[in-house]
Design a protein around this ligand. Structure first.
Ligand code: GLU
Length: 310
């Protein structure tokens, strides 16, 4: 697809969405990055996003967020896809891979460039202060875009959103976050851009994900606003911790989900979310029961699942 076509697709999707009344129907997603195999924390996100969508008679899809090619962990994409099968998480639309959609993100960057909302930046990570808030060093340098990172200019505004589990969350974009990178110097499209564009192009209404992503949300809302996208609903789940009190992550070697134990793991994930008990059965029947019993208010309103260690 050429950049021009992607732009056209992007703009026509925008027009279509604005006229599409069916958008009030809940659409949710699970969007793992293949930077390691799925772990129990990922399963909690998959269960919660799936059950919340289905309990609202909504649709749910899987998207693989694989733009950060150097961080892709060999075999993890395959593990994610096998996990979706083993747990009977069926995506309502064919699974998309962000690495196949780079020209769409480039087209969006072009749009932002035409509106003078981005600039080229030559600063390295080391040059950022210890708090990692960008100090506008390159904002007014007028550097050429070739081979440089691309940063979004953020205005001095406060963005807030209401999360049913985490309460009201706010950031002052300039003071708290600063201008942020949409495309890295090595050409990699940043998560912040790809997630916003795809949530929009895939018609999402709800984002259910781990509380480790809370601090990204204001940036994503802001970028969505600049692009004229409708605001999404955000629900950030408390995180499962390991026995040293760290969130489970690929970095701290969280154990990969053992797909031969899908029913047992599913039962534990449903329990970790403080939902009503689900009997051991086939994963599809267990998910049906979990959806029928789903009550989001029972999920602890915290960022970590207290007293629940793996
Ligand atoms: N791909 C991101 C991750 O695996 C999650 C993106 C999201 O849910 O917004 O951490």
């Amino acid at each position: 697809m050429t950049v021009k076509n992607s732009l056209a697709e992007h703009s026509s999707a925008l027009a279509q969405r604005r006229n599409d009344v069916s958008l009030t129907r809940y659409s949710g997603r699970f969007a793992p990055s293949p930077t390691g195999p799925l772990h129990f924390g990922s399963l909690i996100t998959a269960v919660a996003s799936y059950c919340d969508a289905k309990a609202h008679q909504g649709s749910w899809l899987v998207r693989i967020e694989d733009t950060d090619i150097p961080r892709i962990y060999p075999g993890s994409e395959d593990h994610i896809l096998r996990a979706m099968d083993a747990f009977c998480f069926e995506s309502d639309t064919p699974i998309i891979f962000q690495k196949d959609r780079l020209d769409i993100y480039e087209a969006v960057i072009d749009e932002l460039r035409q509106q003078d909302l981005v600039y080229a930046c030559q600063c390295t990570r080391k040059m950022l202060g210890s708090n990692h808030i960008y100090q506008d060093t390159c904002r007014h340098l007028g550097l050429g875009f070739e081979g440089q990172a691309i940063r979004l200019k953020v205005e001095d505004v406060e963005i807030c959103f209401d999360d049913p589990l985490q309460g009201t969350h706010c950031s002052h974009l300039r003071q708290d976050l600063g201008d942020f990178v949409l495309k890295r110097r090595d050409g990699i499209i940043n998560y912040q851009l790809a997630v916003v564009v795809d949530d929009y192009l895939q018609g999402m209404t709800h984002v259910v994900r781990g509380a480790d992503l809370l601090d990204n949300t204001e940036r994503q809302i802001y970028l969505g606003q600049l692009l004229g996208y409708p605001r999404l609903n955000y629900i950030h789940l408390p995180l499962a911790m390991n026995d040293q009190g760290q969130k489970l992550s690929k970095q701290n070697m969280a154990q990969a989900l053992d797909l031969s134990k899908a029913p047992e793991l599913l039962q534990q994930a449903i329990q970790a979310l403080h939902q009503a008990h689900v009997d051991l059965d086939t994963p599809d029947r267990m998910l049906k029961q979990a959806v029928a019993q789903w009550n989001i208010d029972h999920i602890p309103h915290t960022t970590a699942l207290q007293g629940y260690y793996l």
